[in-house]
Ligand binder design. Structure first.
Ligand SMILES: C[S@@+](CC[C@H](N)C(=O)[O-])C[C@H]1O[C@@H](n2cnc3c(N)ncnc32)[C@H](O)[C@@H]1O
Length: 272
């Protein structure tokens, strides 16, 4: 599951805003609707493993749950209509949440309570911020929950609540909220593909020391390597001086580059 929590500082919390004036009278509701689009929509499809929480003025929460959502369309106006309808329903509840349309839940809440609930679900909150750890060296946890602000920076109070969370940067340039979501999806999609991708044989060596040396070199070139020992050294029948064969496995798309690096620094790589 990927979760996004978006803090809408000026967004309307009463349903009497006009769908014709989302940037103005509705308090930049257009920013939030674009973010929802970026979080859920693929070309001709919808991401079902996504949840988006809009926290409006730190008072009202409107949550969109991908595997239940209905009536969500790519245009911002119809998304705003779902939010408007949710705000109409909130009058019926003092606490707790109501499902205003399938997959859209509304209730009163603040940032601390949203954070607590994420922890209860076993999610791992992360703040998206220009001054965080660069995405290239960030290690994503399972079930990440990304906190983003709208067109305005996080307030001092929000910064305090979020102070202990890891910070992820997508670069020093301030991007739009929806753009950040698209980039995060791209990285996580890539990571999922990598995990599923079959590895291919790149080289075979005898013994761990040399295998680890080559692995370190390839990783310096940004090529991840898995070492596969053909059998534990104690049972391997062809052990040479107590050493077993070690296979260096890489992603198919890294194969040509990995073989070049090994040839440049060590020896012509062995294949099957
Ligand atoms: C439009 S920005 C907020 C205002 C922005 N700081 C400015 O000076 O205009 C919206 C949100 O997207 C996220 N964001 C924007 N650029 C980012 C970046 N380069 N890296 C990580 N997060 C970013 C942050 O959560 C930020 O609060």
């Amino acid at each position: 599951m990927r979760r996004f929590v978006i803090l809408g500082h000026k967004a309307a919390i009463q349903p009497n805003f006009s769908l014709n004036d989302l940037p103005g009278g509705a308090g930049r509701m257009d920013v939030l609707c674009r973010a929802i689009g970026a979080a859920f929509f693929l070309s001709h499809d919808l991401r079902r493993d996504v949840e988006v929480t809009l926290l409006l003025q730190n008072q009202v929460e409107v949550k969109f749950v991908g595997d239940r959502i209905r009536h969500l369309n790519p245009d911002e106006r119809s998304t705003a209509a779902l939010i408007k309808h949710a705000l109409e329903k909130i009058g019926n509840t003092d606490d707790g949440q109501v499902e205003s349309t399938p997959g859209v839940y509304v209730g009163r809440n603040d940032i601390s309570a949203v954070l607590d609930r994420l922890y209860q679900f076993g999610a791992h909150p992360i703040v998206l911020h220009e001054d965080g750890t660069p995405i290239s060296s960030f290690s994503f946890p399972d079930d990440p929950a990304f906190f983003l602000s709208d067109h305005i920076d996080f307030t001092r109070e929000e910064e305090q609540v979020l102070a202990d969370l890891p910070r992820l940067s997508l670069g020093k340039t301030a991007l739009h909220t929806s753009q950040c979501i698209t980039i995060v999806h791209h990285y996580l999609d890539q990571q999922q593909r990598d995990e599923r991708e079959d590895l291919v044989l790149c080289h075979k060596v005898w013994g761990d020391p040399k295998a680890l040396l080559i692995k370190g070199l390839l990783e310096d070139f940004g090529i991840p390597v898995n070492l596969v020992r053909q059998a534990p050294p104690s049972v391997y029948p062809m052990a040479v001086d107590g050493m077993a064969e070690v296979r260096l496995m890489v992603r198919a798309r890294d194969l040509a580059r990995a073989r070049e690096v090994i040839a440049d620094y060590f020896e012509p790589p062995v294949s099957e």
